[in-house]
Design a protein around this ligand. Structure first.
Ligand code: FAD
Ligand code: EPU
Length: 339
């Protein structure tokens, strides 16, 4: 277990914001994680688990024990016909897991290629992309309660997954640390290529019957063409969630703004493209000192060299205010804001 005091967190978040952790503890096992909980209790510090920091805004110093799990391991638990159950340690990198499964002929995660971050953080917002969400493949989550170190198992239903949402953002927020995730994959490809950008990409190629590897490659190439690499232009991916609104409001907005991208949801509501609304309000490519809205994707706020999160959050508020004025829709920030 590595214990670092007053540690700068700039290398630990993809927005590259400067914030310090009162204590940063790197743990390599569940036993070390329990020891870290005891240390936090002794010092009366809250515990803040951090994965790869790709969905956080560290807008202040954290008077907390910040945890980094360096646990590793991907284990096949069971094979039942075509179905394969895996247990994956929280510290594994998500994209590396997607590659690992694909190389072993275990299918289902192709559409979720290249999403940054750890496996342990994936259930927090039920990561999703290109027509798939984690919830379609998650069996259960293993966790340890911060208060008393109790071991917990949450079923898929118990995770209460929604769009960029789960019980870990609500009732169980800050109460536990996820230590492993159990997934169910298939030895038979079950391709999902109906997401518009993916369908269009395949329509433009000569590939008549795509394989899971083709889906993986296409998702990777679409993502690379759209989203800035945080290592070059620090960002946290989509800064706002796409708002999901009642069908009547969507109808009214579509009459007024016929170009607005809108996706009907199974519950009758309609998801609107926040990127389109932000671009319509003129923010795309806007830059204010060292903070800006990305010129290729209006939903991505980029930190071009600012150390603290204040200016970034102030720009986000201005963007949300103009969208609210123009469309009557309130945008909600997607990453977890500390500050
Ligand atoms: P962190 O940012 O470190 O943590 C996020 C939150 O989860 C924090 O509140 C943290 O306390 C909590 N947390 C982390 N680990 C644990 C744990 N083990 N136990 C309990 N709580 C924990 N997301 C998508 O869904 N789809 C996308 O397509 C997508 N694209 C992205 C593209 C870019 C360029 C970037 C930068 C981000 C993107 N994201 C996307 C967001 C991000 O990749 C995901 O939210 C990812 O799951 C975050 O993982 P992380 O390890 O970096 O978590
Ligand atoms: N669009 C614009 N202007 C832009 C960018 C996009 O008008 O600058 C339009 C596009 O033309 C399209 C629509 O907005 O009609 C949606 O764009 P895109 O396909 O890029 O998806 P998104 O809604 O911006 C969501 C997720 C991404 C995920 C992609 C692919 C959210 C908040 N974001 O983005 O997730 O990778 O779909 O599934 O749901 C993340 O969560 O960090 C993230 C990157």
């Amino acid at each position: 277990m590595q214990i670092l005091r007053d540690e700068p967190l700039q290398p630990y978040n993809t927005l590259s914001l400067q914030a310090r952790a009162a204590v940063l503890v790197r743990v390599g096992s569940d036993e070390e994680l329990l020891a870290a909980f005891s240390l936090a209790a002794e010092r009366d510090l809250p515990v803040v688990p951090l994965g790869e920091g790709s969905n956080v805004v560290l807008a202040r110093d954290l008077d907390a024990l910040v945890l980094r799990q360096d646990t590793r391991g991907i284990e096949i638990l069971e094979e039942d016909g075509d179905k394969v159950r895996l247990r994956v340690a929280a510290g594994e990198n998500w994209h590396a897991l997607v590659q690992w499964t694909l190389h072993r002929g275990l299918y289902g995660l192709e559409n979720l290629a290249l999403i940054p971050g750890t496996v342990g953080a994936a259930p927090i917002q039920n990561i999703g992309a290109y027509g798939i969400e984690l919830k379609s493949h998650l069996l259960q989550v293993q966790a340890l309660a911060i208060a008393d170190g109790q071991s917990l198992v949450l079923s898929n239903a118990g995770c209460e997954f929604g769009y960029r949402d789960s019980v870990f953002k609500r009732g169980l927020r800050d109460k536990l640390v996820i230590t492993a995730v159990d997934l169910q994959l298939s030895r038979v490809p079950e391709l999902r290529i109906d997401y518009p950008a993916l369908a269009l990409a395949f329509a433009q190629t000569a590939i008549a019957t795509p394989t899971p590897q083709d889906v993986f490659n296409t998702v990777v190439s679409i993502r690379r063409s759209k989203l800035p690499d945080p290592a070059v232009e620090p960002n946290a991916g989509s800064f706002f969630k796409n708002p999901v609104v009642p069908a009547e409001l969507a109808q009214t907005l579509l009459v007024k703004f016929p170009g607005l991208s809108a996706y009907p949801q199974p519950d009758g509501r309609v998801k609107l493209a926040a990127a389109w609304m932000i671009e319509h309000c003129g923010w795309k490519g806007y830059r204010e000192d060292d903070i800006g809205v990305h010129p290729q994707h209006a939903l991505v706020i980029v930190n071009y060299g600012n150390d603290n999160g204040e200016q970034l959050l102030s720009l986000a508020s201005k963007v949300a205010a103009t969208v609210a004025d123009t469309f009557g829709v309130q945008l909600v920030i997607e990453p977890r804001v500390y500050g």
